[in-house]
Design a protein around this ligand. Sequence first.
Ligand SMILES: Nc1ncnc2c1ncn2[C@@H]1O[C@H](COP(=O)(O)OP(=O)(O)OP(=O)(O)O)[C@@H](O)[C@H]1O
Length: 675
Amino acid sequence: MGTLDEERRHVERCRAGLRRMLEGARDNVIVGETVAGDRYSAERLGRHLKSLAKELSEEPEGPPFFGRLDFGPGSAEHRGRAYHIGRRHIAGEHGGPPVVVDWRAPVARAFYRASARDPQGVAVRRRFGWSGTTLTSYEDERLDQGEPGGQGGSRLLAAEIERPRVGPMRDIVATIQPEQDDLVRAGLDTSICVQGAPGTGKTAVGLHRAAYLLYAHRRRLERGGVLVLGPNRAFLGYISAVLPALGEVDVEQTTLEGLLASVPVTAADPEEAALVKHDVRMAEVLRRALYGRVRKPVEPVAVADGSYRWRVPEDELRRIVDDTRRARLPYGVGRERVHAQAVAAVRRRAEARGVTATAAWTRRMARGLAPALDALWPPVKPEEVLYEVLRGPCGDDADDPARGVLSDAERAAITWARPPRSHRSARWTAADLVLLDELAGLVERPRGYGHVIVDEAQDLSPMECRAVARRSEHGSLTVLGDLAQGTTPWAAASWPERMALLGKPEGRVVALTTGFRVPAAVVELANGLLDALGAEVPPTRSYRSDGRLRVTRVEDLGKGVVAAVREASGFEGSIGVIAADHGTAALESALRDEGFEVGGPRLSVVPASLVKGLEYDHVVVAEPAAVVEAERRGLNRLYVALTRAVSRLDVVHARPLPPQLARLAPARQGGGGGV
Ligand SMILES: Nc1ncnc2c1ncn2[C@@H]1O[C@H](COP(=O)(O)OP(=O)(O)OP(=O)(O)O)[C@@H](O)[C@H]1O
């Protein structure tokens, strides 16, 4: 067992190891550029080595490790060995054992899982405290002596969780909890759904799972890749630093709208139209609209070949088309198959008459048959098909693909009042993107991913779930969400139903119930709202006993918010003022008038609709009644807003509180009152 000095010497060994790795990587970049067999592998190898060299040179100074495991006689494999655990592997000298083991390596697992009750062969678990890059302290748990039982008692752990927040999200590798680790290290073939109250670490778990899977299954994931879907750009900005900090840069991070952006969005739907467009029955409407283009053959097709004229008779053609429809291939593949089979039918006849079917001859026949076959199974663009659906039936209602699927009122809701002249001049909405994607997916299978992580998944509509399912058909899913935080009109009411729509009905649903963000007083308030939200989710318990909640009734909202922000500025950490979307501009100018810098690293004024997934050290929720009134699921939105606080929450209101909140938080006039 080392002393602090010995551990500091180990830090030096790590720095030397990193320097060696960096030099090696740089040499390899030079060698790699000259030795790789072909251009493709040269490029791949070069990219890999360069990114390794860049990574190593950019952050050689961070803490090289955060923990250490000393195995006792109870471990068959590692008896008497000690391992330092860090964000990345650091090689030892002269091919000796590594000086730091990657947190994702199998041996590191015990760091997160071992407890006094189940020490897993570990005699001592050590956690290190750092101040910047200086090692300042360590803390030991003698698991072999039954001390202290689980990870709950650690001072370093508590300090990490309670630290003030500024800037983007950070990784949690040093303090992953056993139930989180279980999810992070679930196998690549396992799809899971994590139901977690605000601040239970869903997003953190999802991102660490991405890093873990890339480490443990790099080969399998190299082709498909990993995709992380978040609710909006602000959220993506907030989480963007986590994966690079873990050494993972090859993960695509985007929003669903970004993923589906085949055309620009230049219009908005009224809610009744959006509701129908996001309904799963639209899949059937679109399928019918697309296959409604396929014609039944009513005459033979023929192709001229010198003095011959080859024919494919009507009944044979009909069989080809019917069999292809039954095969349920993507529309585009079906089209190719009809062409290929018609050409094969012609070739059989020609060969029977002694013609030698060369490749050039076959191509000529295919070209000759194409116009007639295109009339039977036409080429399509998704925009053309959707244009026809939204324009509504022309003439005969019997041809309407929505007939018998949508009610008359639903049909009317999605039909354009003034149809554009063609699909080229159509102005598409966000919901139309989802429909265009469904059509594109019917025509041709989209690119799939090896693993897809969907955050805030409770807000996905059934049609959006299908878009995600198409991209993870041959891969697995991590679905993260909270039914109580659903704010879209189509928000999920149950996870098994959503997992089925996402194509993984077998996916395990796991609940996380320990909150690492929100202080106990705020958790209590949030738990009190759950009944009114009607979401069937377990209440949370907070890991944190610190923190403050204050509800203040004021005469003038702007002045009240300014006063709260002024007081918050006296503390360390970020400040977020959250208000109904239409109320943010006035608060921003009230704060600017008082000399506050809004939008800098310290203070943000955020519309309630964009605050999902984010957190601030000090949160001021301004006028809850306005947040609730602004939308149909306004109370859920308020629940999201109230649960963004890491240390202190101020609720400031000039109007009466919404009754569901008033019941829980009796306000005091003027100077404010604690709850
Ligand atoms: N094991 C942990 N150790 C330290 N901090 C943690 C741990 N788990 C979560 N956190 C921290 O708690 C905060 C909340 O985590 P995260 O944003 O992942 O929660 P969430 O469940 O996605 O919340 P929400 O539903 O509100 O989006 C973050 O600051 C995260 O770093």
